[in-house]
Write a protein that binds this ligand. Structure first.
Ligand code: UDX
Length: 429
């Protein structure tokens, strides 16, 4: 790999094809990466499914190529049901292999050709396609490297039965992953109650295809939903670090009793809060129907504001925000660190579990709820993170981490250099 500084003359006109997974937490970071690579002079083609296709108006300087829909796979997805999302990833990796190969062959035969294919890690089928076409493939992962380690351990643990067979929670909390003794079984990514065979296959294929691709991990607006900007004007009336921001990302769902525990935990904490409740994210409800009558006006006395979808990065950067109650999707976790906001962690599935463990136990910049949604525990976690002396250390620690993160993004910093290296690496093909 060359370490020379790149110029746009080297990159000009060289075409990169990027294939995102069509879910919010995967689409946004890939389009951001595409934008950075475009600023380095590459021409960008986004290959995309018809489901959740990106809006070309947000990035008019890219070319867009839809994958022809020859199967039903693209149509039968609901983005707010994890089981269906996993089934979708399983199915598209079988049904869309030929259409993807066809698109790539066509793009490669055009004048500009294709310098390299960059796909989300979950597009595991594209590794064989790329190998067949002798096209370099770079894998873009939207979760962190330590969670990759636990994903890599997942299929073996599943085959040996160590994930399913331990029913006793206490034994499970002490059991170690075979071959990776520093990792406890309880820290493995979890996908409760979904088809275990499909989960294991999807993970194993992703891990194998990632290991076969070029070992690179890289890190505007690409919101699939409309962001409610009134969130920001509402925050303007609050003093610094006084408001808790609550959001569980684009996929997590809760049932009605969990939703009510969240609502009462927020109310009882007496802290102001901005709460994102996605439509249909409460099982059996369209939106806020289960909320007690007069919740915002009478019960929380105007200290709360609920929106369907917020401009999250702007919200986290707002001086009024003093805490983030999150599901610990990797984007949300990074965004919180970059803005120096301490977290309350309620992971739900997958990499969110190891992410939350790192935030609370390793980096000590947040607290993890033991029972996820119990009003008393919620109330005391909010007080600890936002106001109590007990939380002072973690509030100081996240400020240190914010500074470190901002150094990483500056010239000479590790993220900055990684992107430079990535550009040089692509140019070396
Ligand atoms: C999914 C998985 O759940 C997660 O575990 C994995 O790490 C990435 O893919 P998601 O659940 O959507 O992601 O969470 P997250 O990674 O946090 O991404 C959510 C994105 O939506 C963030 O970039 C956040 O800024 C944005 N968002 C969220 C909004 O713009 N507005 C909102 O109201 C809520």
């Amino acid at each position: 790999m060359s370490n020379n500084n790149t110029t746009t003359t080297d990159t000009k006109g060289r075409c990169l094809v990027l294939l995102p997974l069509p879910f919010q937490g995967h689409l946004s970071p890939m389009l951001q990466l595409a934008n950075i690579l475009h600023s380095k002079g590459f021409s960008i083609t986004i290959l995309h499914t018809s489901f959740n296709s990106p809006n070309p108006n947000n990035y008019p300087h890219f070319n867009y190529v839809p994958i022809p829909d020859t199967s039903e796979a693209n149509l039968c997805v609901s983005s707010d049901d994890v089981g269906k999302v996993i089934r979708f990833m399983h199915d598209v990796n079988i049904n869309l292999v030929d259409p993807i190969r066809g698109c790539l062959e066509r793009l490669m035969s055009e004048d500009k050709g294709v310098a390299c294919l960059i796909t989300d890690a979950q597009w595991s089928c594209t590794q064989s396609v790329a190998e067949g076409l002798k096209l370099p493939r770079i894998v873009h992962r939207t979760s962190n490297i330590s969670s990759f380690r636990s994903f890599a351990a997942y299929p073996a643990s599943h085959d040996k039965g160590c994930v399913q067979s331990i029913s006793d929670e206490e034994t499970k909390s002490k059991a170690l992953v075979p071959g990776l003794e520093s990792l406890k079984v309880e820290a493995l990514p979890k996908f409760h109650a979904y088809d275990a065979e499909v989960v294991s296959k999807v993970i194993e294929r992703m891990v194998q295809a990632t290991k076969r691709a070029h070992a690179y991990f890289a890190t505007s607006s690409s919101s699939l939903l409309e962001q409610d900007k009134t969130s920001l004007s509402w925050l303007n009336k609050y003093p610094p670090k006084s408001v808790l921001y609550v959001s569980f990302g684009s996929i997590v769902k809760v049932d009605e009793s969990q939703f009510l525990e969240i609502a009462w935990g927020l109310a009882n904490s007496k802290q102001p809060f901005l709460w994102v409740v996605r439509p249909r994210s409460i099982e059996g409800s369209e939106w806020l129907e289960p909320l007690p009558n007069g919740f915002l006006d009478r019960i929380v006395e105007g200290r709360g504001y609920i929106v369907k979808w917020a401009p999250q990065q702007d919200v986290l950067a707002h001086p009024a925000i003093g805490g983030f109650w999150t599901h610990n999707g990797w984007n949300s976790t990074l965004e919180s660190i970059c803005e120096g906001v301490p977290m309350i962690c309620s992971p739900s599935f997958g990499d969110q579990i190891p992410n939350a463990r790192h935030v609370s136990n390793v980096w000590k910049i947040g607290v993890e709820l033991e029972h996820r949604f119990k009003r008393r525990e919620i109330e005391s976690a909010i007080k600890k993170v936002m106001v109590d002396d007990e939380g002072l250390q973690l509030r100081n620690k996240i400020i240190d981490l914010k500074q470190i993160a901002s150094f990483c993004l500056k010239k000479g910093g590790s993220s900055y250099s990684s992107l430079e290296d990535l550009v040089n690496y692509i140019l070396s093909f």
